[in-house]
Each structure stands twice: as C-alpha cells, then as structure tokens.
Ligand binder design. Structure first.
Ligand code: PLP
Length: 427
C-alpha cells in the first residue's frame, strides 16, 4: 500500500503543527511509521490522500457511532449552517439536544453544553469542589478524563502510550490534591475515604474504562463507589464521554443501573462535531453562574452546528434495533478475533462492553492498569502495521479501544477478520 502523499503531507505538517498533529497519538509514534492523512469518510470507510481505503474501527475515537457522513446528520448540519454558524446567544437547537440527552440520562436534572470532554470534566471538578467545599479528588489509574491538569496523573490514552503518567507543566501543587487508586479496587477506595474522607470532594471514574484498552468494571465496583461517596458526602462523577450513548442509549449508568451525581458527556453527543456536556443533580447544577457563584462559560458553547449534529445522531440512535445491531456486529468481531488468535496460537485477552472492545497480548486477565500495562506493545506495533496494510484502520496504540458503528456491515467485519487471521500469523 503506497502512502507517498500522506508521507509528504506529514513532513510538511511537521513544519507547521507541533509534532505534525493536533492530538499526540495521531502521529503514530507508538507504532512507528507515518500516519495516513484522511481526506474523506463515508459509512464505515475512510479514504487517505493516496486513495487507499480502510475499514474504520477508530471512528474519530468514538463519536461516529453512525459511521462517517451519515446523510441525515450532514443534511441537518448543512441546513443549520445556512442559517448561521454561531450566535453566542440561546438558540432552540441547544434545547433539542438537551432534551434528547435528558430522555436517555434521567440523572441529568440540569446540564450545560461545552466544546469538549476535557471541558466537561474540568468543569465538573470545579463544581464538585464548590458543592462540597472540599479539595481532594479521587481518580483511577489508567482512566483518562481529558488533559485537565489535576486529572493528568496516571492517565491512560496518549499518556499511557507514551509512558508519561503525569505531564511536565502540571504544577505539583495541583496534583497534590489528586489521589490515584487502582481501577476496580473498592478496598483501596474505602481505605482512602477512611483516611481522609472528610476532605474528598469527588470520585471521578470511567464507568467502563476505555483509555487503557477496554476494562469493564468488576461486579460491585461501581455500586460500591456509589455507596461510599454517598456515605461520605462526596460527589460521584461518571465520565461517560466514551460510554454515553455508546454502551447503551443511557450509557453505563443505564447498563449498570446506577445514578451518579454528575455525568460528563462528549464524543457521540456531538455527532462528529466538537461538543461536551456535563450535568447532574439540580442542587449541584444550580451552583453554576448565573444562578450560583461557580463560573464556567464558552464563546462557542451550544454551537448550533454541533447541537443539530448531536440531536440528529441521538434521534437516529433512539430508533428500535440500533443497539441490538451494534451488539451483534461487535460480538461477531470479538469472537472472530479470539478465533484468529487461537488459530495462530496467540495468547490474547479480549475485553468488550457493547460496541467498544480491545484485546491485549500476553497479559492474562485485565482488570486494571497494571494488568493492561503487561500487554506486549512490540507485538502490538507489528500486527498493527499488518492490519493497516490490509486496509483495516485501528487506533495506533495498544491502550485504545476499537469501536463499531451502525454503518459497519457483515462484509466489513469479515474483511477485518480475514486481516486479523493473516496479521496474527507468525506474530
Ligand atoms: N473523558 C474520556 C473518558 C475520554 O475518553 C476523553 C477523550 O478521549 C475525554 C474525557 C476528553 O475528551 P476530549 O478529547 O473531547 O477533550
């Protein structure tokens, strides 16, 4: 597969953009080589600058649950754009998206739209601290909540890829009030509360971890967090930026039957445009300006293009059969990957919740970051290149999830599985 044009574009991009990219993992540092430059996408397929086509399991890192350029979404965005791209004033489009979110997430008495998942988690922390008058934050190792200073400690995603658990530039003072515990370890949470529960403002968690590969919560872990936070008067924040409208219409909180105090959303709710949202209990959300004293704002927040892309996406997702279809395709993909590994005598561990999945090499069971970190990243890089050559586009890191969309079909899954069988051979 030739990628001459992409290579040229990348070398030019490096003269203008830091590292040639606008988000670090895109640069392929973890897997070597240079990234394909994507020029268009339709359904489950993307095309690079050299005309190579790929079946896409990255889907813009999760948002495109309906696939690329779904007609209804594009039409809605075009119509909205023709009426103006930003008002910086209230508009009915914000209301429609908010109503659709609330329908699926009844725990969001009130919400606020922002422009990214990072903004959502950053604002949720401020609010949790204001609501409790406390400073400490509890997070879990390998969970990524965006590049918020206080959460950029033992973070997953790009930070895991580069083995930089906390970034230079994050003040020690800021990180001092963050406690990092192993995912799925309720005893550790309990001990932390016993030690300093009166100072803990919140526990923030990915209810299904998706940034150290996919790591589902063990039975009782999330319910235990709910109980402990309630007992100690701390705010429970579910970061559902990935899982919201992904693992079920009502996200992980629907799947596991829990009600957090604050939920952070992003990705799917923007239908491929830049959006985040956070919301929760009325008494907490009322602390936000202008009703309350907690400041948070945004020039482009509630942007009409993003709002209609999101609302149209959520409307399509609420049609019957959507999640059943995602489940069917994803389980077939997962099963096929496991079979391909068996055929090649490879030891893999596949974790999946709905249409988010990942597989680890030589790791044993993966229930937390230490388990995930045992995964053989050299093996990953070798098979990753073979998959790309065969037109299968996966995230270029052993610690990212793969996603399936409603636009994938059996043929796409079969093509991917044939590639897996070939790539796994001789690993
Ligand atoms: N929270 C989670 C769980 C995420 O996976 C991400 C991004 O991948 C974020 C927050 C940050 O979102 P954004 O990249 O939109 O700032």
């Amino acid at each position: 597969m030739e990628r001459v044009k992409s290579e040229k574009l990348f070398s030019r991009a490096r003269e203008y953009l830091a590292g040639g990219v606008n988000s670090p993992v895109r640069a392929y540092k973890a897997v070597g080589g240079s990234p394909p430059f994507i020029v268009r996408g339709k359904g489950a397929h993307i095309l690079d600058a050299d005309g190579n086509e790929y079946v896409d399991f990255v889907l813009s890192w999760g948002p495109l649950i309906l696939g690329h350029a779904r007609d209804e979404v594009i039409d809605a965005v075009k119509e909205a754009a023709s009426m103006g791209t930003s008002f910086g004033a209230p508009s009915p489009f914000e209301l429609e998206l908010a109503q659709r979110i609330k329908q699926a997430f009844p725990s969001l008495d009130r919400m606020r739209m922002v422009n990214s998942g990072t903004e959502a988690t950053m604002s949720a922390l401020r609010l949790a601290r204001a609501a409790t008058g406390r400073e400490l934050i509890v997070k879990f190792e390998g969970c990524y909540h965006g590049h918020v200073d206080s959460l950029l400690v033992a973070a997953g995603s790009g930070a895991a890829t580069f083995g930089v658990p906390s970034s230079p530039g994050v003040p020690k003072e800021v990180v001092k009030s963050t406690r990092v515990l192993p995912y799925n370890d309720l005893d550790a949470v309990e001990r932390t509360f016993q030690r300093e529960g009166e100072n803990i403002a919140c526990v923030i968690v990915e209810p299904v971890a998706g940034n150290m590969g996919v790591v589902p919560p063990l039975a009782g872990f999330l319910a235990g967090l709910r109980e402990l936070t309630a007992k100690w008067g701390a705010v429970l924040i579910f970061d559902e930026v990935i899982t919201g409208f992904r693992v079920a219409l009502g996200g992980a909180q629907q799947l596991y039957g829990l009600r957090p105090d604050i939920t952070c959303l992003g990705k799917v709710i923007g239908g491929g445009l830049p959006v985040g949202a956070y919301g929760g209990k009325k008494e907490i959300m009322e602390l936000l300006a202008p009703e309350g004293p907690v400041y948070q704002a945004g020039t482009l927040s509630g942007n009409p293009l993003a709002m209609v892309a999101g609302a149209t996406t959520l409307k399509l997702l609420s049609q019957p059969g959507v999640y059943e279809r995602l489940e069917q395709l994803s389980s077939r993909l997962a099963q096929g990957i496991e079979e391909a590994a068996q055929l090649a005598d490879l030891d893999i561990r596949l974790n999946r919740v709905g249409s988010m999945l990942s597989w680890f090499f030589n790791s044993g069971p993966v229930n937390n970051y230490a388990d995930a970190a045992r995964s053989d990243t050299v093996k990953f890089a070798r098979y990753f290149a073979k998959m790309l050559e065969q037109g299968i586009y996966l995230a270029p890191s052993a610690f990212e999830a793969a996603f399936v969309s409603t636009a994938h079909n059996q043929e796409d899954i079969d093509k991917a599985l044939a590639a897996f069988r070939s790539a796994f051979k001789g690993l």
